[in-house]
Design a protein around this ligand. Structure first.
Ligand SMILES: Nc1ncnc2c1ncn2[C@@H]1O[C@H](COP(=O)(O)OP(=O)(O)OP(=O)(O)O)[C@@H](O)[C@H]1O
Length: 882
């Protein structure tokens, strides 16, 4: 018998593995599918406050040509959300809001699944990835692209405002892209309702860089929609400029004094880089107005000249969106190659995590301590009162947020600050007599009609009337009209049994929509066949609660056989409308093993109960194989949460990756143990330098999971533009400064590349800081280049060879002035320093170069690392929520 020699690739190291017995040639590691309800669970797409967001795809029956639908599943551990906590209400608010939003630029909620351990919020999969990374990759957007995306943002915001909802945390990090680079607004955790009559809100939300000044500087209630408008302006500026506005206060270079930051914003006129054209500048000047009364409204923005190319799109009314999206006449197409979706995502170099690489909590803002010390009664202010810094009370220092939210992000200074405000409000309410109970807005939902609609939406051929066609054609690739039944088919498949149809509970009667009679009536005709919802919006409209008081929900429970329904409330502002019946699930449906389908009940974002089944209504399903799924998911997520740095976690990532790769291939069953053994074996081989699976070693999943947050590109772009603005021309700048600023954007880019490609094994390490230090040869190159750079002119040919040194320079260009001075004194390099007033960051950049030259000195290297941490903290603070 002849033995067939095995073919291996030798990568060096011991030959022991090379000669060791190998499995058969056709050996293919078998993987076990991890499932959650009707979805196969894949790799981790991202991580947020509530846990991991996993890629999932619907199981399709064998022998069918059906394309599995990809989804993003936000897995929330049930035991991580204590009853009546802020976290719990936040989740349910998000579900509640998404459930009623049907807009192509708002992430779609597919369904809510639960088993005994997890709540799975199944969302539309945004395969284009995170928007801020997209901008980072492109440095900045060209005007037509920015205009298109901004129109989408405004359309989505206008839509949610029309539903009485405000997002309150609009920022680049909360925008995703679909495969066709359409914008998707996500993360509705801070969403709130407003009443047209009384829409002022008191609780400040958002992130410092995106929050409207009135949220921070005043103690008065603010107009929430105008606050959203401000955030849109900041986003628009970032799209066009590639960096954030008002980031250049010399007195507050790190921007960590929020009060100063906002005083600067209100007193300093908006500066634009020269490449932003006059028309968008004009719009930005009208949006980024400190006085909310003078700030444009969303409607006015839509009418601005800059958005005229997208006027037809913007003229589609919310009601029309409801109808069009409900009836699935407009889709983004299903992915042509589902297996490539994952790799389509931009590489993740960044993280918005509020902890540093070691999991330490980042530095607090000044604002935080003010909040601790000065909780203001709600009628006076729930806004962030900026006051002198003082230490928090011991009670508040032991904020429940620490107890409840174990996730790193939840422990951020920003979250604690927010919690402090909320606590202050709660305490106030606890000691004051309740306000009169207002009427509630209630959305009644006709379940039966949804059954009818759920039965046959799949083959809806788009037959939009002229007006819609013209609106949609104006979008070009913004919205793709889906004539293929694929997506509908998948949705029907997953919804048939539970009548899950994602609809807004509005019935638009013919004639109620103001635009284009033909369009309107046809839409109504189309929809009326399938949807008969009742709508009593307006009849029960009540003043909305203006703030969120998690623990003012003094719930009472009614035990109904085996099922407990939380249905009570103390907070009068949040109380249900009179006569509104909260539908409890049928107790029989809660028995183990059977799906829990709860009829959709009344809806109000401020619904007192935070019972998932009431919140999610018939969107929620329990998995048939609860225990099995629980165990599997539990294993996966536990590992990822608690042992993310361990080998086991890496092995699991590899398994997800392989499972994903094998989506259309044979995914054979195998016990978990043997899968782990297999990955163990691979790890051993790798260690020995023997046969390795290069594909797995370079798993994109692993890279994606190594998120780091960096606004370096914004910041660096800013440097470049600021240099050009302030110095007139780059030629006037000293050579070293030019090196530090002109190339910084490119450098930042190269940092990202290095990060994602070369340092995939170094979890949570900011490569932009650490990797240059390790390379003495690059250092020498850097010095040479700096010497050679003259009068601000850098030959293009040098660009690529300089990437490492540029990366180094850029990464260090953001250091604070204190660090600069320290380094200067240590290295004694003062002669070539520009005057401090000229450009502080140029100054920094030049000192960075000096510091590079001294990196071979151990003590300086140590100092370098501590400064690096400051840099990291600086950028992390940029994404921090108020
Ligand atoms: N629909 C989606 N498609 C693709 N990726 C997604 C989707 N939703 C979330 N993600 C990824 O998961 C990450 C975390 O999601 P998300 O921000 O919604 O979680 P979260 O718990 O609400 O976080 P936070 O509230 O702290 O921002 C996102 O940054 C994104 O990378």
């Amino acid at each position: 018998m002849t033995t067939v020699p095995q073919r291996h690739t030798y990568y060096g190291g011991s030959t022991a593995a090379y000669t060791s017995p190998r499995p058969a040639l056709n050996y293919k590691p078998k993987r076990k599918q991890v499932t959650f309800g009707p979805y196969i669970v894949g790799s981790t797409l991202g991580e947020g406050e509530f846990g991991k967001v996993k890629l999932g795809w619907s199981k399709v029956p064998a022998q069918t040509t059906e394309v599995p639908k990809q989804v993003a599943i936000k897995l929330v551990r049930r035991d991580s959300i204590p009853k009546n906590s802020e976290k719990e209400v936040k989740i349910y608010r998000e579900i509640n809001a998404l459930k009623h939003l049907n807009h192509p630029n708002i992430v779609r909620l597919e369904e809510v699944l639960q088993n005994s351990k997890y709540i799975g919020i199944v969302l539309e999969y945004a395969s284009g990835g995170e928007f801020y990374k997209y901008i980072q990759k492109k440095r900045r957007l060209k005007e037509p692209a920015a205009c298109r995306l901004f129109a989408q943002l405004i359309s989505g915001v206008q839509y949610m405002h029309s539903k009485g909802l405000v997002h309150r945390d609009l920022k680049l990090e909360n925008l995703l892209l679909d495969k066709h680079e359409n914008l998707l607004i996500t993360d509705f955790g801070f969403v709130n309702e407003f009443s047209p009559k009384s829409e002022l809100m008191k609780t400040s939300c958002g992130s410092p860089c995106y929050a409207a000044p009135e949220l921070v500087l005043t103690t008065k209630p603010y107009e929430a929609r105008k606050a959203d408008v401000w955030s849109c302006g900041v986003i628009m500026y970032a799209m066009l400029a590639g960096y954030l506005p008002w980031d250049d206060d010399p007195d507050n270079p790190d921007g960590d004094d929020i009060a100063k930051l906002y005083r600067y914003i209100t007193r300093t006129s908006l500066k634009f880089p020269e490449y932003i054209a006059p028309v968008p500048r004009d719009l930005l000047r009208r949006i980024l107005v400190s006085d909310p009364k003078k700030r444009l409204s969303v409607k006015q923005i839509e009418q601005h000249r800059w958005l005229q190319p997208h006027a037809p799109f913007l003229s589609v009314t919310p009601e029309e969106w409801d109808k069009v999206v409900q009836n699935k006449q407009i889709f983004r197409p299903p992915p042509s190659k589902a297996g490539n979706q994952n790799s389509d995502r931009p590489r993740s170099n960044c993280s918005t995590s509020s902890t540093n690489s070691k999991g330490e909590k980042r530095n607090s803002l000044i604002m935080d301590s003010s909040l601790y010390s000065q909780p203001v009664p709600p009628q006076e202010s729930q806004s962030h009162a900026i006051a002198t810094q003082s230490s928090p009370s011991s009670e508040l220092r032991q904020s429940p947020v620490k107890r409840f939210n174990r996730h790193s992000r939840s422990n951020s200074a920003a979250s604690i600050a927010l919690q402090a405000v909320v606590d202050a409000e709660r305490d106030y309410h606890a000691h004051h007599s309740p306000l009169p109970v207002p009427a509630s807005t209630s959305f009644q939902y006709d379940h039966q009609s949804q059954n009818a609609s759920g039965s046959s939406p799949r083959m809806q051929t788009f037959s939009a009337p002229k007006a819609v066609n013209s609106a949609i054609s104006s979008l070009r690739d913004t919205i793709i009209i889906e004539t293929s039944p694929q997506k509908g088919a998948v949705m029907v498949q997953s919804q048939r049994d539970s009548t899950i149809v994602l609809t807004a509970p509005l019935t638009i009667s013919p004639g109620s929509s103001p635009v284009n009679g033909g369009f309107k009536s046809q839409l109504v005709n189309i929809s009326s066949a399938n949807h008969q919802t009742t709508h009593n919006l307006g009849h029960h409209r009540r003043p909305r609660p203006t703030s969120y008081h998690p623990t003012s929900y003094a719930t009472f429970t009614e035990t109904n056989n085996s099922h407990t329904t939380i249905s009570g409330v103390v907070s009068p502002a949040e109380s249900p409308p009179t006569g509104e019946k909260i539908i409890s699930p049928d107790p029989s449906s809660t028995k183990k093993g059977s799906p829990q389908v709860v009829k959709r009940g009344s809806f109000s974002l401020s619904m007192p109960s935070v019972d998932l089944q009431i919140v999610a209504g018939d969107l929620i399903k329990s998995d048939e194989h609860g225990d099995t799924v629980t165990k599997k998911i539990h294993d996966q997520v536990e590992d990822a949460n608690n042992r993310s740095e361990t080998t086991r976690s890496r092995r699991l990532s590899q398994r997800y990756s392989v499972a994903y790769d094998n989506l259309f291939g044979v995914v054979a069953e195998e016990s978990e143990e043997s899968a782990i053994q297999e990955t163990d074996r691979q790890a051993r081989e790798q260690k020995l330098g023997g046969v390795t699976d290069t594909k797995k070693n370079n798993s994109p999943v692993e890279k994606r999971e190594k998120k780091r947050f960096s606004l370096l590109s914004f910041y660096s772009s800013y440097n470049a533009s600021k240099s050009s603005i302030e110095s007139g021309t780059m030629k006037d700048a000293p050579a070293r400064n030019v090196s530090g600023s002109t190339d910084s954007r490119q450098a930042s880019n190269s940092i990202q590349k290095t990060d994602s490609q070369g340092n995939s094994q170094n979890d949570h390490r900011n490569v932009s800081v650490s990797s240059p230090i390790q390379k003495a040869d690059s250092q020498t190159r850097s010095q040479t280049q700096i010497r050679n750079t003259s009068a601000g002119q850098k030959p293009a040919s040098r660009a690529s060879s300089q990437s490492k040194s540029e990366a180094r320079t850029a990464s260090q260009s953001s250091r604070g002035s204190a660090g600069v001075q320290r380094h200067s004194s240590v290295t004694g390099r003062k002669s070539n320093k520009p005057p401090p007033e000229t450009n502080k960051r140029n100054n920094r950049a030049s000192v960075m170069v000096s510091s590079l030259q001294d990196q071979n000195q151990p003590q300086l290297r140590a100092r370098e690392q501590s400064t690096a941490k400051k840099v990291l903290d600086f950028f992390k603070r940029r994404s921090m929520r108020l």
